[in-house]
Design a protein around this ligand. Sequence first.
Ligand code: T6T
Length: 320
Amino acid sequence: MRKAMAALGALLMITACGGEGGGGGGGDQIRVTLVQGLAGEEFYETMACGARAKAKELGVTLDVQGPQKFDPTLQTPIVNSVVAGKPDALLIAPTDVKAMIAPLTQAKQQDIKIILVDTVVEDQSIGLSRISTDNLKGGAAAAKALSEQVGGKGKALVISTDPGVSTVDARIKGFEEEIKANHPGITSLGVQYSHNDVGEASRIVNAALAKDPDLAGVFATNLNSATGAGSALQQAGKLGQVKMVGFDAGPAQVKQLKDGVVQALIAQLPGDIGAKGVEQAVAAVKGQQVTPSIPTEATIITAGNVDQPEVQKVLYKAGC
Ligand code: T6T
């Protein structure tokens, strides 16, 4: 029943977003579709804004669609219906490294140019260009920032979304390797998974605080995990006692930063990823040079620099 409802929800999403930008779709106009990892979430909405602006600049027709949950069982029917509509190119953030290979193979067989934005799939033959933050480096930066906050010692917990999501898996790897290599005083309590659910992330932190009252730090690998972990620390009155570093810079997280719930955020450049995605899609459709791998930058945000104009520019938005 829940699946049927979710599929219906996804179908409703498709009809609501068809046909944007690029002045009405003349015959030879390039048609691109962006399939987000999660519709309505600030990271992917900011990505869509960057893609839309670039599409307008290049005179491309852009459709933006996304599932209601970060879930391959919801993303797959969207990809299948996009493929049926035969766009010239598809920008997609695959929600699982394995499960999204089959639907994307279909798209490739239809000669739809595929550009992977943010996340990737294991099959290296899928994606003419892969555009994403250097997440391994981002995870290591999070480890350094957290270690600094806790004075290089104590127990640290990692909260992530689900195994099989390329970005957050790389952040965990970068974090754990940095801790092992350079922060001997830090004891990693391992990773727990929130399934990208804010409430679940809160529940995990509450349970961790009960089990390890001397918990020193938390690394949350993405927006929803960070938001949930932060509210649990706030409700437990652990502000400043348990330090936290979170990936992403959505409005809720920036508020937590200003309230002293979290000490550092690692902000990606989703708008940049979206814009570069459209550029690579157009190049691929025109048979021009395409760049196979494009790493994008990330910025460490603290209460000390959050109000600086250049930092304000990288904060995520819920709309354009
Ligand atoms: O962290 C981003 C994105 O990079 C990741 O792939 C999934 O989660 C976010 O969308 C934030 O929720």
